[in-house]
Design a protein around this ligand. Structure first.
Ligand code: PEP
Ligand code: MG
Length: 547
């Protein structure tokens, strides 16, 4: 790559970042053994992947030469030679032809065989080659699957680039080291985008394949999360301009901080609650720093995604208690687990589904596997005495589901009572309105609950039949569609008729062009990423509903 290059994507969190790119490396290459019928085609794949791997190594070698000198750069020359090694290549070919298997498997098998051979040698220099042969093989396997490979996570803060990031991958990144996210694919309503917003990390998604082809580890980049622009290798003027923008942005954020402690009240005196959405305990600092009135959505599934096994009742109780105590009697709405679709935890061992967004997810898992649900409910009710808890259920579509949920809640409470364990009988119980069905029958659901919270992300996907993960259909996914606004309004009317309150916790709650519309509907609460709380307060305070 030479010279400055500009790429357009979609900004999902407005902020700027300047820093070096680090290409995200997926830990596990898929090297599963697959039977193939055309060995020639597999061998061609290997040779194309090798060519790409050598190209990558050449670029790394040249950069290393400039930055760390010839002696240190030599290792990449050795890697390039190893890729062309006759025995190594013969072994790959023999495995592919002899066993009729896929290239990934053959390369991995070869790597392991050679690594064992090197490791068993007496000579320390030769022993060290075991690591190298694994390294080059991983690079070839990554090239076979068209993946870029990282050169390790540097110590400094970096801009992470990935083709796309699954929520669990985003969660597992060390947030302290991430300046920004840039992805080649992905849609703005994906959980990765939501996480970036929650983490206050500038993010641009969908920069495309051209970017992926150009980008290299360590290259300097500027990320403009407002415009959705990423500049690689900026020239001095662009860099200076970007630095100025970054400073200006910090100043603006400083000004917003002056709104801390002020009310969320319109010019005509209508007030609304502004709460924050969180994914885990690390977000509480941001909630408090931005003066949110409460937590409108704690996505409890992240406790499950961060774990390798089902979080125990004690683990969950500790987490919920901590949130409640940190919020000192401010409302904390914890949503029961919303696993499934794009939020997968392997240990749930969920079957692969044709349409996972419409599959066994969220409350459907809880109702089919009540032991998991009961553990979470016990932890929640036990924690309820430590603050102002609201429990919320996701993906509701029917009255009968809600009846089943409440029957399980009653069972859990009865056993706690029997064991002499305290819980708050007045814990507010609510549901998400995130399916068109729930909105349409909101007159039936409202008398059963204390509150509704509209999940506009899923409500939009189900109402407009637009997969929220699919960036190709974003232009069809009009988040301001009249159908969605009507469903929200209908739910608001039905909530209020039945003495329930209604909030919005989907991403639309932060859309300042709709704030007035929501206030006119009588929405009682808006729950947004912590960093949007003060922006939203600023907006609310500028609205005059009587004008
Ligand atoms: C929603 O669907 O709008 C919502 C808030 O839930 P999630 O984004 O976690 O699915
Ligand atoms: Mg949802």
């Amino acid at each position: 790559m030479s010279g400055m290059m500009k790429f357009e994507g979609k900004g999902v969190y407005g902020a700027y970042a300047i820093g070096k790119i680090s290409i995200f490396k997926r830990a596990d290459n898929d090297v599963a053994q697959k039977q193939i019928s055309d060995p020639e085609a597999e061998l061609e794949r290997v040779s194309a992947a090798k060519e790409k791997a050598v190209e990558q190594l050449q670029a790394i070698y040249e950069k290393a030469l400039k930055e760390v000198g010839e002696t240190n750069a030599q290792i990449f020359e050795i890697h390039m030679m190893m890729i062309e090694d006759e025995d190594y290549n013969e072994s790959i070919e023999n495995i592919i032809r002899g066993q009729s298997v896929n290239a990934e498997y053959a390369v991995n098998e070869t790597a392991e065989n050679f690594a064992h051979m090197f490791a068993s040698m007496d000579d320390a220099y030769m022993q060290a080659r075991a690591t190298d042969v694994r390294d080059i093989s991983n690079r070839i396997i990554a090239c076979l699957s068209d993946e870029n490979i990282d050169e390790g996570f540097p110590d400094e803060k970096v801009i992470i680039f990935a083709d796309d990031l699954a929520p669990s991958e985003t969660v597992s990144l060390d947030k302290e080291k991430v300046l920004a996210f840039v992805t080649a694919y992905g849609s703005s309503n994906s959980h990765t985008a939501i996480l970036a917003r929650n983490m206050n990390i500038p993010a641009v998604i969908g920069v495309g394949e051209d970017f992926a082809a150009e980008v290299r580890n360590g290259v300097l980049a500027c990320v403009d999360g407002y415009k959705g622009e990423v500049i690689l290798d900026p020239d001095p003027e662009t860099l200076a301009e970007m630095k100025k923008k970054l400073a200006g942005d910090l100043e603006k954020k400083q000004l917003l901080l002056e709104l801390k402690g002020k009310e969320n009240i319109t010019v005509d005196g209508t007030s609304v609650k502004i709460y924050a959405n969180i994914g885990g305990l690390d977000n509480i600092g941001a909630v408090l720093a931005n003066d949110a009135g409460g937590i409108g959505l704690f996505r409890s599934e992240f406790l499950y995604l961060e774990n390798d096994d089902y979080p125990t009742e004690e683990q969950q109780f500790d987490a919920y208690k901590k949130v409640l105590e940190s919020m000192v009697n401010k409302k904390v709405i914890i949503r029961t687990l919303d696993i499934g679709a794009d939020k997968q935890a392997d240990y749930f061992k969920l079957d692969k589904e044709e349409n996972p967004a419409m599959g066994l997810r969220a409350i459907r898992i809880c109702l089919t596997r009540p032991e998991i649900f009961k553990t979470q409910l016990r932890a929640l009710f036990r924690a309820s005495v430590y603050g102002n808890l609201g429990i919320m259920f996701p993906m509701i579509t029917s009255v009968s589901e809600l009846k089943k949920i409440f029957a399980i809640c009653d069972e859990v409470k009865a056993s706690l009572k029997e064991e002499g364990i305290a819980y708050n009988e007045d814990t507010e119980m609510g549901i998400m309105i995130e399916t068109p069905a729930a909105a349409v029958i909101s007159d039936r659901l409202a008398p059963m609950v204390d509150f509704f919270s509209v999940g506009t992300n899923d409500l939009t996907q189900y109402t407009l039949a637009c997969d929220r993960q699919n960036s190709k259909i974003e232009s069809f996914c009009d988040t301001h569609h009249e159908a969605i606004l009507r469903l929200i309004e209908m739910s608001a009317v039905n909530a209020h008729k039945n003495g329930a309150w209604i909030g919005i916790c989907g991403e639309l709650a932060a859309d300042l062009t709709l704030t007035e519309t929501f206030l006119r509907m009588g929405i009682d609460e808006l729950s947004v990423s912590p960093s949007y709380v003060l922006k939203l307060r600023d907006k609310v305070r500028s609205i005059d509903l009587k004008a």
